[in-house]
Design a protein around this ligand. Structure first.
Ligand SMILES: [Zn+2]
Length: 161
């Protein structure tokens, strides 16, 4: 997981030009998140997707969210910090499930996400199959000052351990 986190960091920062899934560099909307995502990946939260909050030109607001893979120990720390920050939190692994609806998932993402990345890169299967798939989101549409700060605090706390 540590090595995979470093590969995500290399992709975020342009040292690798594409991942087996994204097939390109980070989207422009990801650029402001690179600092927080780099810290999170180095601290054990292997992120695979994220979305900053924003506003559609028709005035529709959407939420900030991030998803990724975590070990048991990382899961508990992320859950605790997300809950304290007032963020929505969900995690699934094999037959253990969170409340999918509360997390905004229409169905369980675990099998699909482990399958997607393992299909693209079979070498990651043995790591991902034992990991939790975690989703954290800000329930307040349009707000970008909570989730990313929480990830930075998570990383700083990891460094102090
Ligand atoms: Zn589930």
């Amino acid at each position: 997981m540590t090595d995979l986190g470093e590969l995500v960091v290399a992709w975020l920062n342009g040292d690798i030009t594409q991942t087996p899934g994204h097939l390109g560099p980070p989207d422009p909307e990801t650029i402001p998140l690179i600092g927080a995502l780099t810290l999170a990946n180095r601290a054990g939260f292997l992120t695979d997707c994220s979305q900053q909050a924003g506003e559609h030109e028709e005035g529709y607001l959407w939420e900030a969210w991030v998803t990724g893979f975590a070990s048991d120990a990382t899961l508990e720390r992320l859950r605790s910090m997300a809950t304290r920050a007032g963020l929505g939190f969900g995690a699934c692994r094999r037959r253990q499930h969170c409340d999918h609806k509360q997390q905004g998932w229409s169905h369980c993402p675990w099998r699909e996400c482990v399958g997607f990345w393992s299909h693209r890169c079979p070498a990651v299967w043995s790591e991902l199959v034992g990991a939790w798939y975690v989703g954290i989101h800000d329930p307040e549409p349009g707000r970008n000052d909570r989730l990313w700060l929480m990830l930075e605090r998570f990383a700083a706390e990891t460094e102090r351990r």
